[in-house]
Ligand binder design. Structure first.
Ligand code: HEM
Ligand code: HEM
Length: 174
């Protein structure tokens, strides 16, 4: 693909939207699971979909490094381009760090790590009294808030491009 590409390609778009939906579901499920625990146990779904995000994000990053994204619209300032690049880079980091910290934390628990009831995923060698468990637990909560804030920023930026600046930024990912 060349610099003149106008849109993200089909694989990039599919991965973006599937991963986005799973992450938004997991942010909501993670924050609501305590409040809903008498109604439904969201954790098995949360863990399985989070592990799916990890696998799909590895595919997405591999795909991304082999392909050049469409150029930013000409009207964007250097600062705006920098903010977009920094947010996207942080997203890729969080798409790996959120599932990995969750995996670390859950590995120390007594429940199996089932992928939607179809098969069990391996657990990492972590115990509840280890420093790694605490890092996983604290990290998962802290990074969750950072993720949520960045999603709000990212969606706000996408809507600003579409409705206020009226450029093709949202359309090329649609
Ligand atoms: C995209 C991936 C993920 C996102 C966005 C996400 C998000 C969250 C959020 C926002 C919370 C609430 C944090 C808090 O207030 O304590 C949470 C809790 C939790 N997550 Fe995840 N998570 C993801 C993946 C995973 C994975 C892969 C696992 C395990 C394999 C996992 C296991 C847990 C557990 C056990 C809790 C409950 C922690 C507690 O209540 O102490 N998460 N998650
Ligand atoms: C958890 C949710 C989401 C995550 C983690 C996420 C992540 C990302 C990442 C990493 C990129 C950069 C693609 C690249 O060049 O490598 C991107 C681009 C983009 N995203 Fe999202 N996204 C999410 C949700 C959304 C939503 C809800 C919208 C629309 C309202 C959206 C609109 C866009 C657009 C328009 C681009 C292209 C930006 C550009 O061309 O510079 N995203 N997203």
């Amino acid at each position: 693909m060349t610099d003149t590409a106008q849109r993200y390609n089909r694989v990039a778009r599919a991965l973006h939207w599937i991963i986005a939906a799973l992450i938004i579901g997991n942010l909501a499920g993670g924050l609501l699971h305590d409040a809903l625990e008498d109604v439904i146990n969201l954790m098995p779904l949360h863990k399985a979909s989070g592990m799916t995000v990890l696998a799909l994000s590895l595919v997405r990053i591999a795909w991304r490094v082999t392909w050049r994204a469409p150029a930013h619209p000409k009207g964007m300032s250097g600062l705006e381009v920098l903010a977009a690049k920094a947010t996207h880079l942080l997203f890729y980091g969080l798409m790996l760090a959120m599932p990995v910290t969750g995996w670390i934390m859950s590995s120390a628990g007594k429940y199996p790590l089932s992928w939607f009831g179809l098969f069990d995923l391996p657990k990492l060698p972590v115990t509840r009294d280890s420093a790694l468990y605490n890092i996983g637990h604290e990290g998962h909560e802290l990074l969750g808030w950072l993720f949520l804030a960045l999603v709000v920023l990212h969606v706000g930026a996408a809507l600003r491009h579409h409705f206020l600046l009226k450029d093709n930024v949202l359309r090329r990912m649609a």
